[in-house]
Structure formats: structure tokens, C-alpha cells
Design a protein around this ligand. Sequence first.
Ligand SMILES: NC(=O)c1ccc[n+]([C@@H]2O[C@H](COP(=O)([O-])OP(=O)(O)OC[C@H]3O[C@@H](n4cnc5c(N)ncnc54)[C@H](O)[C@@H]3O)[C@@H](O)[C@H]2O)c1
Length: 446
Amino acid sequence: MTFDDRLKNVSIVGAAGKMGSGIALLLAQEMVTQKLKPENKNQIYRLHLIDVNESALDGLQSYLKSQLVKAGEKVTGMLRELYKEHADLIENYDVIDAFVNDAMSVLRLGTDLGAVKDSKIIFEAVLEDKDLKVSLLKNMEKMVSPDTVYFTNTSSIPISVLNKDANLGGRIIGFHFYNPPAVQRLVELISPESTKPELKDMALEMAKRLRKKIVPSNDIAGFIGNGHFLRDGLYAIREAKKLAGEYTLPGALYAMNKVSQDLLVRPMGILQLIDYVGVDVYQCISVTISGYLQGEDLKDDLLAKMTQKKVLGGQFADGSQKNGFLKYEKNRPVGIYDADKGEYKMFDPNGWSGEIDKKLGAYPQGFYPWRSLLMDPKKGEKLSAFFKNLNASDTPGAKLAKGYLKNSKSIGEFLVKTGVAKSAQDVNDILLNGFYHLYGPINDYV
Ligand SMILES: NC(=O)c1ccc[n+]([C@@H]2O[C@H](COP(=O)([O-])OP(=O)(O)OC[C@H]3O[C@@H](n4cnc5c(N)ncnc54)[C@H](O)[C@@H]3O)[C@@H](O)[C@H]2O)c1
């Protein structure tokens, strides 16, 4: 069976979630593009979007419709070509309407897992819970044909474990999208020895069709992306605990978040990133990874406490940020969580947070925020000059930043040394493409 034949019937399980909905958008676009080709005129294409949450499925339907309009607007030239036989479609919006309607007609949304039965490719994007994933995979195995393959979006569970526990005979591969899947270019591909070679070829073809950049990772819990992110975030939290005597814990968390954004020239502070991913998701990944590693405990009591108190971060249905480590107004951080008091301490530039800013010290010469360097062709030179000055500085902020950079580098090197990543380049590629860093963690800056 060819890849194009497989693409005629695809399912996404967990389709209404953060990741599932983005994967659905990507697949809907690719499948309708195939369907509209003259040679596929009479072929039936089906994308089954399955989720246990019925009301979220309603939201998914409207989300996909609005996103398909936006996607159509960006490719009117291609759509005009696809619809060139349709003389009745005159204006651009006529063509976009036709595209959206054709794409929506490919979709079948529902709660019944049985809808997967004719699918030849199934994307799995349910919660990060091994027992849930294994039980779903086993159930699907009873319904699908023996050549059906699974693309799992797990962030941390080894693929070989899912393969063995659900008895899939090598028909599963790790296809780890980054959040949000429709925007992020990166897919981390985890193809352990157990994975059938033809499935790896399919995954490479899938990445091409969805215009994703693939970086391979070995099948070790957390893989490269979360292997780095988890240790990087825990470093910040543990450093903050050490500094609590001097800064108070909320003050130290504020300082680590600020240093990790400004002095490391990253798109957001580390605690804001954890909030974006979800404190609960982060906590869950830390527990999962710890379960597979020997001699390294990546669990943390503050994360456990916040999850228990339902301080979870993540996003509302309209995409706006929920409170987590930080409190948000109009998506901008305005306060920091005080876990002892169970309330937020609002930033006060004329009071406590202003005092911490002063204490961290002036930024070294050559400082530019991440956003202003993002598209700058001279960003390499500017970063080198800035980090040289940072190295020469001994303000408390610079010291924290240097410690942070060294730790991030040693995590990257550890991932290579322990065989999670095949090379330093792969580690850097994941951070550059999946996290939008301007430089990889394995660098000469520190
Ligand atoms: N959030 C991220 O930044 C991120 C990034 C990369 C990968 N991932 C991984 O993607 C997967 C999904 O994460 P998410 O953040 O989208 O979670 P989510 O909670 O937003 O979505 C999970 C979806 O699964 C559905 N679901 C739960 N049980 C189900 C069942 N039995 N059958 C069908 N649907 C079911 C839920 O209703 C929900 O809509 C996880 O494995 C996660 O580790 C997450």
C-alpha cells in the first residue's frame, strides 16, 4: 500500500486537545489538497477526529473552520490552480470557501473509537498517561487491519515500551510535534530498533507533506526536547529554592524567570514557558521520565504542590494564557505565585520587584531582547559580543545567568554522552527549532 493510499483514511485520537487539534489542522489541509488533485477526483478521503470530550469536539469543529480560512488565504495561488476547472469560482473568497467546505467534508468528528477501523494511519495524542495510551492502542488493535501504523505524540514515554505493552509488532513510531503543531516547524522523530523500517520511511514522507523539519532522537524517556526542557526548568526551580533565604521564594522565582529570559536572550522566561506548556503537563512528564531513569530524580515538590492546588497554567479556549507560576493579564506576566500563601504576589516596580531588578544589576553592554535579534542577520556577532560582556560581569544577575548557561550546556552534553541525542547539532537543532532559541545550548559562549 502506498503512502498516498494510506492518506485516504487517517484517524487522530485525542483530536480535541492542544496537540490533537493542531495535528488535525495539518492533516486536513494535506488530505484535502490530495483529494482536489484531478487524479483523485473520485476518491474518498476521511479524517476521523476522535475525542472523549464531546463539547471540546464542537469547539474543534469551529476552530478548524476558522483556521482553514486563514490557511486558505495564505495559499490562494495554489488554490486557484487546484480549482482551475471551476469557472464559477471567481473571487479569491469563492475559492477559499470551496477549499474550506471541501476540507470540512473530509472530517468526521465523534467520540466513538470504533471510527478508526478503516484507518491506515492513526495519530495518538491523548493525555501523557502510559496506561491510557496502552489501553487505547490495544483496543484499536482489535479493530484495525494488521498493516495500520501508529504515530504517537508522547513527550516522554519510550516508544519501545508502548510497542511492547500494546503488542504492536513495531507498527508505532514517535512523531513528537511541538506546541502549537500547526506553527512549530520541528518534529522529533523517535524510531527505535523495534520500529519497522517502512514505518520510518512513512514518517519521513509525512514530515515532508506537513512541511516539518525532522530531528531524530533515541528512544530514551523524555527524548531530546523534554530531556533538556525538564532539567533546565528544574535547575531554575532548585536555584530559586537555594536563593529563597536572600530573595524569598517568590522573589527568587521572579529573578530566575527574568534572568532566563533577558540575560539568556530567550523568547520567554523559563517559568512562563512551563506555564505555557502547563504546570500539570510538566509535572506529569517529570514523574514519567523519573520512572524510567536510574539514579536521577527529576521530580519536584513545588510542582506537585502547584498541581495539587490546581495552579496549572495552560491556555483558555480562546488561546489566552491561564495563571501558573505567573499571573497573567492580557497574556503578560503581572505577578508570581506564592505557594505558601496560595496567592499571587503582584509585581511592583516601585517596591519588591523593582528592588530585585536593582539587585540583579545593570545588564551588560550589547544587550538586546530576543525579539529584536530574531530576524537580525548580525545576531551571531551581537550575541557573541553580549555574552563576552556577560562573562566579564560579576553582578548577581550575570552570575545567575552564567550558572544557568553552564547548566544548560551540560544538559546538552549529557544528552549526547548518554546517547539520547546522536550529536550536539541535534540537541542544538531541537532548541533552535522547537523552542525558538537564538543559539543552541552547546556553544562557546560559556
Ligand atoms: N502540551 C504540549 O506542549 C505538548 C507538546 C508535545 C507533545 N505533547 C504530548 O501530546 C499529548 C497530548 O497532550 P495535550 O497537551 O494535547 O493534552 P490535552 O489534555 O490538551 O489533550 C488530550 C486530549 O485527549 C482526550 N482524551 C483523553 N482520554 C481520551 C480517550 N480515552 N480517548 C480519546 N480522547 C481522549 C482529552 O479529552 C483531550 O482532548 C501528550 O502525550 C503530551 O505529552 C504535548
